[in-house]
Design a protein around this ligand. Structure first.
Ligand SMILES: [Zn+2]
Length: 291
């Protein structure tokens, strides 16, 4: 198994550009830029890399962006992004699927898979990186499948805990936090069901994927549902590109690797931190409750 260095965490977590070759220090000749998708906040400027660096993109990219700007005025992609370098589009035309996603075994050895995850943008791909082999653990690199933890948590496989630790509301609850605080602010909360815990939506995400910003919202919702199933597994850490709550949870290159995320409890520390964004809503609700 190829080592999964912490640079992968730094690069993949933000998905600005995915430079897989750099994770393998000894094989700089195989360097490539791997787009989760083409949006400007994830793509950087490939023209600053040498021509030997291939640009790897997801399905539909060439149809949409070849030619690009300036031949096609107003295009989001510049032709200089791929001029003079290999532009490789992953086709996902094999039989391999993982968790319902069409999958591509990038190195052919099970160390890193690309997953066809359409919806947010043309050619959007997630990554599934093996972090240990025995027992197997993985990091699911969600890109922009979702933009906030509340779009895929809680879920049937990762329900809202009754007691959340560490507390996502340290100002209100310094040590542990009752999960019940968040039930009255859930989109599916019905006050009449307050007395019966089984009626409250502790297993549905706080948000639905919005059509705003999605290339195809139904495809995006389907990709989120599949990603959510990974999120419920103990052996998979799901991280989306814009989850800033993980910044003080993960270890960044060169200070360590991401391989030990499970032993170091990254998932327990980070999965519910997004609930801290609801602090004002929780306080407002409590004030309303006090009358
Ligand atoms: Zn995006």
């Amino acid at each position: 198994m190829k080592s999964f260095r912490c640079l992968s965490a730094m690069v993949f977590f933000f998905h600005m550009i995915l430079i897989w070759g750099m994770l393998r220090y000894e094989v700089f000749a195989e360097m490539c830029i791997l787009y989760s998708h083409y949006h400007w906040d994830h793509s950087g400027d490939p023209s600053t890399f040498p021509p030997s660096t291939a640009l790897v993109v997801g399905p539909g990219f060439k149809d949409a962006f070849v030619p690009a700007y300036p031949t096609k005025p107003g295009c989001a992609i510049h032709e200089s992004d791929y001029a003079g370098r290999e532009l490789r589009e992953i086709e996902f035309d094999g039989d391999l699927t993982i968790g319902g996603f069409k999958a591509f075994d990038y190195f052919g050895d099970g160390s890193f898979y690309l997953l066809d995850s359409p919806g947010h943008a043309i050619g959007h791909m997630c990554g599934l990186a093996r972090t240990t082999s025995n027992p197997p653990t993985f990091i699911f690199l969600g890109g922009d499948c979702a933009h906030h933890g509340g779009e895929f948590r809680p879920s049937p496989t990762l329900p809202l805990p009754s007691v959340i630790s560490p507390s996502p509301l340290p100002r209100l609850h310094p040590t542990v936090c009752p999960g019940s605080l968040f039930i009255p602010i859930h989109r599916l909360y019905e006050p009449s069901a307050r007395a019966t815990a089984t009626d409250v939506p502790t297993s549905q995400p706080f948000f639905e994927t919005s059509a705003t910003g999605a290339h195809d919202v139904e495809q995006c919702q389907d990709s989120v549902r599949k990603m959510s199933a990974f999120d419920g597994r103990d052996d998979v850490l799901v991280i989306i590109a814009h989850d800033a709550h993980m910044l003080d949870v993960v270890t960044f290159f060169p200070h360590g690797t991401a391989n030990a995320w499970k032993a170091e409890g990254w998932k327990e520390k980070g999965a519910w931190k997004f609930l801290g964004d609801f602090e004002e809503a929780v306080k407002e609700r409590e004030e309303v409750g006090r009358g």
